[in-house]
Design a protein around this ligand. Structure first.
Ligand SMILES: Cc1ncc(COP(=O)(O)O)c(C=O)c1O
Length: 411
């Protein structure tokens, strides 16, 4: 499937905002869904929508096949086995399950958890809460403010007392790639477990859990052209098998007696209650959509647009790209920036008048924004998806100078 003209497949992108064509530059918050995904979800509910894993009639059998098929497809998409793919609500829930299930055993004698300062709250707050609860230490690795990269010295925070190293593959604010291989190897050297937050990498390049060698990973369907309300938790089979369930209920038990329960093995053990089968169908359809375009084409298109965007922002007066300003630096999906003297919320509100959707604020990464010391401790963020075009980037670059003019701050 050609990436050219692919935006035509996204019904939500056809709208106008304030009389102008919508320029959607907020895919890192949530990406829009192509017709294929919407049809797959609608098709499931209009044809197969019985409760999976429970009924013996045809419709229920079909639901079971469709749900299990979606799991197998998603496992294949990330280079994992089906038993290692747990469906959750979103990346946040996946990260919380990991923390809830691991922390009691892993942190009972203290120790430390190491994370980069650039983490999204979903991969920070659970570790902060559990570190406090069990008397462990939460240690931060401080990224370079200019590049977002982790200086080698920061890796030394991972030591013999480290139990968990958790990190985002791609920062949702800075857009740079963290060195998964190096972090996994440093963690393995000291016997610590690794947790990969892949929420911002899964739509942009191929993930392979075996090659990455991480113990756990988390991502959301709605950031990869799938529906909201479905996410994934990957866990190495051996580890998932040792973990106690987090929620209890239907379809996660082998047998229940009056005083005892035997739980099913993973992944069902972590999916209590009626599953989000429509969501599973949707996320699998989104993965198939991505595969039909191909990550080579996605990376090529997005890299070219990111270069154009960073170069364009650098050329504008009173605009600062946050983090790495080099247009040729490796980055994925997002470009954070500020317009001098303008609060990012004002900037985003004015840009909306031009039909342009960007995110503004602290991006669920308060510690990072404080650490970066950006004006107002906040920033605007333009983020890209497969449907964005050079015209979208240019529309943003044309509208930005209007923001200061509209605020009577001059050019
Ligand atoms: C890096 C990262 N991790 C986790 C999340 C949380 O995703 P969700 O809100 O789908 O749980 C986000 C969402 O923005 C994110 O960017």
């Amino acid at each position: 499937m050609s990436i050219d003209g692919i935006h035509e497949k996204f019904p939500a992108l056809r709208q106008t905002v304030n009389g102008r064509r919508l320029v959607y530059l907020d895919s890192a918050a949530t990406s829009m869904r192509p017709r294929e995904v919407l049809d797959a979800i609608g098709g499931f509910y209009s044809r197969d929508g019985a409760n999976p894993h429970r009924g013996l009639y045809d419709m229920a059998q079909r639901s079971t096949e469709v749900y299990d098929g979606a799991r197998a497809a998603m496992a294949g998409f990330i280079g994992a086995d089906a038993e290692e793919m747990v469906f959750t609500r979103n990346a946040s829930e996946s990260l919380n399950i990991i923390a809830y299930c691991l922390a009691p055993e892993l942190l009972k004698n203290g120790g430390n958890i190491v994370i980069p300062i650039s983490e999204h709250h979903s991969n920070l707050v659970p570790w902060q809460v559990f570190a406090k609860r069990y008397g462990a230490e939460l240690r931060y690795m401080y990224v370079d403010r200019e590049t977002g990269e982790l200086p080698d010295a920061e890796l030394l925070k991972i030591d013999g007392e480290t139990k968990i190293v958790a990190f985002a593959h791609v920062s949702n604010v800075l857009g740079n790639l963290l060195p998964a291989e190096t972090l996994v190897s440093a963690a393995k050297d000291v016997g610590a477990l690794t947790v990969l937050d892949a929420a911002q990498s899964v739509p942009h390049f191929k993930l392979d859990m075996r090659a990455l060698g991480v113990d756990f990973a988390a991502f959301s369907g709605h950031k990869m052209y799938g529906p909201m309300g479905i996410g994934a938790l990957y866990g190495r089979r051996k580890l998932l098998e040792t973990m106690p369930p987090f929620l209890f209920g239907g379809d996660m038990i082998e047998d229940v007696r009056e005083q005892e329960t035997d739980f099913l093995p993973p992944p069902s053990r972590f999916e209590a209650g009626t599953q989000n089968a429509g969501g599973a169908v949707g996320i699998a359809a989104a993965a198939a959509f991505i595969e039909k375009i191909g990550f080579d084409a996605i990376e090529k298109r997005e890299k070219a647009l990111l270069r154009r965007l960073v170069a364009g922002l650098n050329s504008l007066k009173n605009v600062t790209v946050i983090g790495n300003r080099d247009e040729n630096a490796e980055r994925y999906g997002v470009v954070p920036f500020n317009i001098r003297g303008v609060h990012p919320h004002d900037a985003a509100t004015i840009l909306n008048e031009y039909g342009i959707a960007v995110r503004a604020g602290k991006h669920c990464a308060h510690p990072l924004l404080t650490y970066l010391g950006a004006e107002f401790n906040a920033c605007c963020r333009a983020s890209l998806g497969v449907y964005n075009t050079e015209e979208d980037v240019d529309k943003l670059l044309e509208a930005i100078p209007e923001v200061r003019r509209r605020m009577n701050l001059g050019d």
